[in-house]
Design a protein around this ligand. Structure first.
Ligand code: ADP
Ligand code: MG
Length: 620
C-alpha cells in the first residue's frame, strides 16, 4: 500500500470543495457521468480500431447504484479504465494550469463558482462536496492488474492493487451525513435528466425498493432490487432536426459544455452529397474562461460515424473560433484517422471550411441584444480572425464592430457605409488606447465639423496590428486619420498663403523643439484646439508598427509632426510676440498638450508642469 500527497494546489482545491461550495452540489453527478462517458468513448474507439480489443462483445454502459444501508452511491463504467500511473497523473496532479486558473476565477458566489468546476477540468474533485470518503477502483483495458485509489479528501491518497474482473472504473462515494438526499432514486433521475440525458450511452439506475403489503398486523415489507435506464442515450446530433425542440438542444449544450447558461445560438447541419457529415455547434453566452490562455481546452469533439475520435484537437476549427462548442461527425473519415495528421486531411479540411462558413453566417445574422452580446464577448477574437483567416475575411468584416465618433454603441462597416454621404468611398478610423482620449482628440475636430464619421478603435494592441491589414471593405478604402490630411475647407492657394504668413513662427518653434518633432506646420484640421500631433505618412516605420508588435518587440517611436491652428487666438498672439522665453515655453506646451490629447506622455512631465505654472502666473 502506498501513501501519496496530493499536489499542493489540489489540496487547496479539496479544502474549497469540502468547505465552501454549498450550492448546486448535484453537479458532481454530471461531472462523474461525463468522465465515465469520456472513458467509454475512448474504449469504444479502441474496440473498433485495435485488433486486441476487436473481438470483445462489448457495449458501453454507466451504472449508478444507490445503497441506503451503506449510505453510499457508486458510479461504474466499462470504459478504458486507468493504470496506476494514470491514477497518479489524472487524479493526484493537475498538469494543466487548470487549478490555478480556477482558483483565480473564484468569485465567492457559490453558485457561479460551482459552475466553473467542469470548465476548468477539475470535475472529478467536485465529488468532495458530498463525500466523506471516495474509492476509485479501476482496471485499464489490456492490463492485468487493477488498482484502488482511496482518499478522504484531505491532503493524502492511497493506491493499492486490487482484483477487478473487467476493464473500467467504479467510483465508490461514501456520502456525508447531511447528503443522504442523493440516495433517493427520484433525485438522481431528475439530476440525470437535467444534465446528462443525451449522454450517448445508457445510464442505469440500480436501487432497492421497499414494498409494503397487507394491513395492520399482517403488514410485511419486502425489498426489491430494481434497475432502470434513466437517460435517453441518443447521440442527439444524429436525430433529424424536425424531431428536436429548442429544449433538447439546450439540454445537450449543458451536457457537453458544463455551462449552466443557455447558449447564444445553436446550429445543426447535415451535409449530404460527395461528402457526408453532421455538425452541431453552439456559441456560449459568456466566453469560456480559458480562451485567452495558452492551454485552453478546445470545445469541439470529432466523431466518425458516431464513434468519438478526439476532443483535444485544436485543428478542427481555426483558433479564433475557440469559443465554439459542439460536435463534428464525419461519415467519410476512416476510423483510424491519425489524430496527429488531422490537419492535413482533405476530408477534414472540407468539413472544417464548411463549418467555419456556417458558423460565421449564423453570427452575421445575429441581431439586437444577441448581436450586442456577441460583440461584447467575442469582438476581439473576430479581429484575430480578420488577421489570420483570409478565406473568410469578407464574412468576418461584416461581423466585426467598432465604436464611432458619431454613433452610440458599436457599429459595423456596413452601417458606416450606409450613413456616409461622400462620393469618395473612404472609411476613416483612428486607433488609440482609450475611448475617451479618442473622442476628445483634436484630430476629430475637422471631421466633426465636416460631418464625417470616424471609427474609433480603442484596442490599440490588437487594432494596431489588425486594422492596417484590412485595407478595404467592399470598395471602400480604410484610412487612418492621423496619417492623412484633414478634410479641406480651404483652397490650395489659401493654404499656401497661411503657411507663408506663419512661416517665421513655425520655423522658430521647430528650432526650439528641434529633434522632438520632424516638422512644424500650420493646419486646417483644427477648430477648437491650438495644436495637434500627427504621424508622418511618408515615414516607412509608420506602417511597420504592426510587424514589430507581432514580433513582440517594442514599437519604435514614429517621428511626429506638430500642427498648429492659425485661427486660434493663442497662435495669432504667439506669432506677434517678441518675448523669447515665453515663445519657448509655449512651444513646448503646444507639443506636450497635443501629445497628451493623443494619450502620449510629454517628454519631460515635470518641465511641462512647471511651464504651465509659469504661464498661468503670467496670465493672472
Ligand atoms: P477532465 O474530465 O476535464 O479532464 P476531471 O477532473 O473530471 O477533469 O478528470 C480528470 C481525469 O481523470 C480525466 O481527464 C481522466 O483522464 C481521468 N478520469 C476521471 N474519471 C475517469 C473514469 N471514469 N475513467 C477513466 N478515466 C477517468
Ligand atoms: Mg471531467
Amino acid at each position: 500500500m502506498a501513501k501519496h500527497q496530493f499536489q499542493t494546489e489540489i489540496g487547496q482545491l479539496l479544502k474549497l470543495m469540502t468547505h465552501s461550495l454549498y450550492s448546486n452540489k448535484e453537479i458532481y453527478i454530471r461531472e462523474l457521468v461525463s468522465n465515465a462517458s469520456d472513458a467509454i468513448d475512448k474504449f469504444n474507439y479502441l474496440s473498433l480500431t485495435d485488433e486486441k480489443f476487436k473481438s470483445e462483445n462489448w457495449s458501453g454502459k454507466i451504472t449508478i447504484k444507490l445503497d441506503k444501508e451503506d449510505d453510499s452511491l457508486t458510479i461504474a463504467d466499462n470504459g478504458i479504465g486507468m493504470s496506476e500511473s494514470d491514477l497518479m497523473e489524472n487524479l493526484g496532479t493537475i498538469a494543466k494550469s487548470g487549478t490555478k486558473a480556477f482558483m483565480e476565477k473564484l468569485t465567492g458566489d457559490a453558485k457561479k463558482d460551482s459552475n466553473l468546476i467542469g470548465q476548468f477540468g477539475v470535475g472529478f474533485y467536485s465529488v468532495f462536496m458530498v463525500a466523506d470518503h471516495v474509492d476509485v477502483i479501476t482496471k485499464k483495458a489490456g492490463e492485468e492488474q487493477a488498482y484502488k485509489f482511496s482518499t478522504d479528501g484531505t491532503g493524502e491518497y492511497e493506491i493499492k492493487p486490487v482484483t477487478k474482473e473487467a476493464h473500467g472504473t467504479v467510483i465508490y462515494i461514501k456520502l456525508k451525513e447531511e447528503e443522504k438526499e442523493f440516495l433517493e432514486p427520484y433525485r438522481i433521475q431528475n439530476i440525470v435528466k437535467k444534465y446528462s440525458n443525451h449522454i450517448a450511452y445508457p445510464i442505469m439506475l440500480n436501487y432497492t425498493e421497499e414494498i409494503t403489503e397487507g394491513e395492520g398486523d399482517e403488514k410485511t415489507t419486502k425489498k426489491k432490487n430494481k434497475t432502470e435506464q434513466i437517460n435517453a442515450a441518443t447521440a442527439l446530433w444524429t436525430l433529424p432536426k424536425s424531431e428536436l425542440k429548442k429544449e433538447d438542444y439546450i439540454e445537450f449544450y449543458k451536457t457537453i459544455s458544463h455551462d449552466s447558461e443557455e447558449p447564444l445560438l445553436y446550429l445543426h447541419n447535415k451535409v449530404e452529397g460527395a461528402q457526408e457529415f453532421t455538425t452541431l455547434f453552439y456559441i456560449p453566452k459568456t466566453a469560456p474562461m480559458d480562451i485567452y490562455r495558452q492551454d485552453f481546452t478546445p470545445g469541439v469533439k470529432l466523431y466518425v460515424k458516431r464513434v468519438f475520435i478526439t476532443d483535444d484537437s485544436k485543428e478542427l476549427l481555426p483558433l479564433y473560433l475557440r469559443f465554439v462548442r459542439g460536435i463534428m461527425d464525419s461519415e467519410d473519415l476512416p476510423l483510424n484517422v491519425s489524430r496527429e495528421l488531422l490537419q492535413e486531411n482533405k476530408i477534414l479540411a472540407n468539413m472544417r471550411q464548411n463549418s467555419i462558413k456556417k458558423i460565421l453566417q449564423a453570427i452575421q445574422k445575429l441581431s439586437g441584444d444577441d448581436q450586442t452580446r456577441f460583440t461584447q464577448q467575442y469582438n476581439k477574437l473576430i479581429k484575430e480572425g480578420i488577421y489570420t483567416d483570409h478565406t473568410n475575411k469578407e464574412l468576418l468584416l461584416d461581423i466585426v464592430r467598432y465604436k464611432s465618433s458619431t454613433q452610440e454603441g458599436m457599429v459595423s462597416f456596413a452601417d458606416y457605409i450606409s450613413r456616409a454621404n461622400s462620393e469618395e468611398k473612404i472609411i476613416y478610423y483612428m486607433i488609440g488606447e482609450d475611448e475617451k482620449v479618442l473622442r476628445n482628440s483634436p484630430l476629430l475636430e475637422a471631421y466633426n465639423k465636416a460631418n464625417i464619421e470616424v471609427l474609433l478603435m480603442d484596442d490599440k494592441d490588437e487594432d494596431g496590428i489588425v486594422t492596417p491589414t484590412i485595407e478595404k471593405y467592399k470598395e471602400w478604402e480604410l484610412k487612418d486619420i492621423t496619417a492623412i490630411d484633414a478634410p479641406d475647407t480651404k483652397t490650395k492657394e489659401e493654404k499656401e498663403e497661411i503657411e507663408k504668413e506663419f512661416k517665421e513662427l513655425t520655423d522658430t518653434i521647430k528650432e526650439i523643439l528641434d529633434k522632438e518633432v520632424k516638422e512644424v506646420k500650420t493646419t486646417t484640421r483644427l477648430t477648437k484646439s491650438p495644436s495637434c500631433v500627427v504621424k508622418d505618412p511618408s515615414d516607412p516605420m509608420a506602417g511597420l508598427a504592426s510587424v514589430f508588435a507581432q514580433m513582440g518587440q517594442e514599437v519604435p517611436e514614429a517621428p511626429l509632426i506638430l500642427e498648429i491652428n492659425p485661427e486660434h487666438e493663442m497662435i495669432k498672439k504667439l506669432a506677434e510676440s517678441k518675448d523669447k522665453k515665453m515663445i519657448e515655453d509655449i512651444s513646448w506646451v503646444l507639443l506636450d498638450a497635443a501629445k497628451l490629447s493623443e494619450g502620449m506622455d510629454p517628454k519631460d512631465k515635470a518641465a511641462f508642469a512647471s511651464r504651465v505654472a509659469v504661464l498661468a502666473t503670467k496670465a493672472l
